[in-house]
Structure formats: structure tokens, C-alpha cells
Ligand binder design. Structure first.
Ligand code: ZN
Length: 201
């Protein structure tokens, strides 16, 4: 004789009470992929503010930035590209077949620039846009790492380019500012059209 299968009874589950205030801002999950702002979002034009202290909240933001950069995928991301007005950027210039090489720059200053290099750059805030941009071939940068410790780094090649590109973001400077007038107009029009299409699909 077949055993009767019990019919599950659906009981409404009461909603948990809201968390007490002391949990405000506490993270229960790992890093999150954030939305990347695209030109002409005006927040990309704000000059990012210095980080007063490298708190757990700032460290969680750094984790979100890395997660967002890798998911995009991109080789650099500045905090104001995800709408966070802090002087922080992350870069990882490792080749695809190399182990990851995440570098975190908090309150960065470029203290030396040397030589010239032209590199074809892209930007997560300008999807589909590429431009040859003149940069210093070598830079020396001073910044704090994810633990708040100050360090100095000398970079050349792609890493030097990425550092200058991301540093620009913290100043509210974008790749379109490095373009000639014609390319600038075309890029502006293309990005505005894209934003309009996304606003009203
Ligand atoms: Zn960019």
C-alpha cells in the first residue's frame, strides 16, 4: 500500500524585525558588483575627496571596486566611477595568463613623471570608445594601500598609463578631455545617445 505523501502546508513566515541601528553599514555578504557610471553622468566630473581614515567601510568599498573591475572586465577603476566620491582607485594590469596583480591606491599622488608614451586607452565609463592618448612613460606614485600603509611605486608601460588614467578620474578628468575637437564631439554625441537609449529603452 503506498504511503500517503504529506501535503505541505504553507504557513506565512513573519518578516524579520528590522536590524537595530548598531548593524547599520555592517556587511553580511562579500564584495558586490556595483553599477559603473557612464559619461555624461555629472558625478564623473566631481573631484574626489581625500580618504580621512582607512576604515572597514573603505576596505569594503575597495573590495567592491575590485569585484566590479574584474566583472566588467577592466584593468582599472576609480571610486567615483561607481558614484563613491573618494580618492581611491584599483588597477590590475596582469595579462590574462598571469596571476592577478591587484594594486590599491588610496589618496594617491603622482610625484614624478618622465618621458612620453602613446597608448590606446579605453574606459569602463566610455564603453566601446578607444583613443590614443599621450601619457608620461614612467610615473612614481605615492599612496596608501588597503591597510592604510603608505608606499611608493615606480611604474612604466601599461601600469603607468593605467595609473595616470585612474588618477585623472579622481580629478574629474575623463578620456574625452584628451581628444581632439572632432573626436570629442563624436564621442560626446555617441555617449549621450547611448544614455538616452538606456533611459528610455
Ligand atoms: Zn576610465
Amino acid at each position: 500500500m503506498p504511503v500517503p505523501v504529506p501535503v505541505p502546508v504553507l504557513v506565512p513566515v513573519p518578516r524579520p524585525p528590522p536590524l537595530p541601528d548598531r548593524w547599520a553599514g555592517v556587511r553580511f555578504f562579500g564584495p558586490m558588483i556595483r553599477e559603473i557610471l557612464e559619461y555624461p553622468d555629472p558625478r564623473l566630473r566631481e573631484v574626489a575627496k581625500p580618504v580621512a581614515a582607512v576604515t572597514p567601510e573603505i576596505q569594503a568599498l575597495v573590495d567592491d571596486m575590485a569585484e566590479t573591475m574584474y566583472a566588467a572586465p577592466g584593468c582599472g577603476l576609480a571610486a567615483n566611477q561607481i558614484g563613491e566620491n573618494h580618492r581611491i582607485f584599483v588597477v590590475d594590469c596582469a595579462e590574462e595568463d598571469e596571476p592577478s596583480d591587484l594594486k590599491v591606491f588610496i589618496n594617491p599622488e603622482i610625484i614624478e613623471r618622465d618621458g612620453e608614451i602613446v597608448w590606446q586607452e579605453g574606459c569602463l565609463s566610455f564603453p566601446g570608445v578607444q583613443e590614443d592618448i599621450d601619457r608620461a612613460a614612467k610615473v612614481k606614485v605615492r599612496a596608501q594601500d588597503k591597510n592604510g600603509k603608505w608606499f611608493e611605486l615606480e611604474a612604466d608601460g601599461l601600469l603607468a598609463v593605467a595609473i595616470q588614467h585612474e588618477y585623472d578620474h579622481l580629478q574629474g578628468v575623463l578620456m574625452i578631455d584628451h581628444m581632439g575637437p572632432l573626436k570629442k564631439r563624436l564621442t560626446h554625441r555617441k555617449m549621450v545617445k547611448r544614455a538616452d537609449e538606456q533611459a528610455s529603452p
